[in-house]
Ligand binder design. Structure first.
Ligand SMILES: [Zn+2]
Length: 362
């Protein structure tokens, strides 16, 4: 190997000698790559999947491919699907896939050259949840490219079981008072986690169209939920007339008051609204974030790792060099250098969102 570069150019790119690998293309990109790796189906990682597959070979899990094709209603042309703990050999290098624990179908990739091994985590979650198994720990990695969405000391999540209990207690309290409860989270990931969690206390809940779409895929791939109906159905409407729970994508709640949410969702009265987001773990900013979200409650339920989990992951992997991407990339790189004594730097992404900007944009 003579040269190695990592940079942004219509997506995150790794260039090793004359080979260019594009990681998680966010949007349609005109330039081709020798290989495109897509870690999971969230829009900010798979937005360029279909377009990239017209020009380059794309590798992803079967679930990610199927979700992208269903959402875009287009076929991905040039794709090789890969399973967890399996390898594809490309001659000059090979690609090995590991579970990322983030959402269904999410993978990390180990790219192995004869004299250099890289790992790209994509988004990772490092604890077991009721719907996902925690991310695997890659071995023998020289260069680790790790997400840093919550890579600041502000973000330390409580144990999953505590978060689950507080969500269930709050929902039960509201439902017993005859309130309608609206719970928001990403449609892919938290939508299924919340649906599965609510089985503990409710026989049936209503879900929005998008959550319904992902729940059906989840049931085919993982395990059966059977406790949800579409909000738009007559059963769904009846369910939330006198008090009940609706799970919706939290992005659909943005810029809305509980009053306008009740009108948008066709509810009979103003609901109690809670959003599940890792941002809620920033205790010093909890009330500012809650006000910005304009909701009754926030829960720090996230499909990402918090800062301490990210640091112990890096410590276990023990690479020679770390690149941080997304969110608090500069901060996490500094913490890795200071606390672990491992060389780390960020790959600057002009589109990353700081907490202040995120709150302002709501
Ligand atoms: Zn994601």
């Amino acid at each position: 190997m003579k040269s190695f570069r990592i940079y942004y150019s219509r997506g995150l790119r790794v260039k090793i000698d004359d080979i260019t690998i594009l990681l998680d293309p966010k949007s349609s990109t005109a330039s081709r790559a020798d290989l495109v790796l897509v870690t999971h189906a969230h829009q900010d990682h798979a937005g360029g999947y279909i377009f990239s597959s017209l020009r380059s070979l794309v590798v992803s899990s079967k679930i990610t491919k199927s979700i992208v094709e269903k959402i875009t209603r287009r076929r991905a042309l040039n794709v090789k699907t890969i399973q967890e703990n399996k390898q594809i050999d490309f001659g000059k290098f090979s690609v090995y896939a590991l579970n990322a624990g983030h959402v269904m179908g999410s993978l990390q990739y180990i790219i192995e050259f004869p004299d250099l091994t890289l790992c790209y985590t994509g988004d990772i979650n490092l604890v077991d949840t009721i719907t996902e198994k925690r991310a695997s720990i890659p071995e023998g990695v020289d260069v680790l490219i790790i997400e840093s969405t919550y890579g600041s000391e502000d973000f330390v999540f409580p144990p999953r079981s505590e978060i689950y209990s507080s969500i269930l207690e709050w929902v039960e309290y509201q439902v017993n008072r005859g309130e309608i409860v609206v719970l928001g989270g990403y449609a892919l990931g938290k939508g299924q986690e919340l649906t599965a969690l609510l089985k503990e206390i409710l026989d049936k809940i209503a879900v929005s169209r998008k959550v319904f779409f992902y729940n059906r895929i989840f049931e085919k791939e993982r395990f059966s939920l059977e406790n949800y109906v579409p909000l738009e159905s007559s059963e769904g409407r009846k369910l939330v007339q006198s008090g009940g729970v609706v799970v919706v994508p939290h992005l659909e709640l943005r810029k809305h008051t509980p009053y306008t949410i009740s009108r948008r969702l066709g509810l009979s009265k103003v609901p109690k609204v809670a959003v599940c987001t890792g941002w809620a773990a920033a205790s010093s900013r909890f009330y500012a974030i809650k006000r910005a979200f304009n909701v009754d409650m926030l829960f720090p339920l996230s499909s990402h790792a918090d800062v301490e989990q990210l640091l112990s992951f890096v410590d276990e992997v023990r690479p020679r060099l770390v690149y941080t991407v997304h969110g608090f990339s500069r901060r996490l790189a500094k913490l890795i250098r200071q606390r672990l004594g491992i060389k780390a730097r960020r790959v600057f992404d002009a589109r990353q969102q700081t907490l202040t900007r995120y709150v302002k944009n709501l």
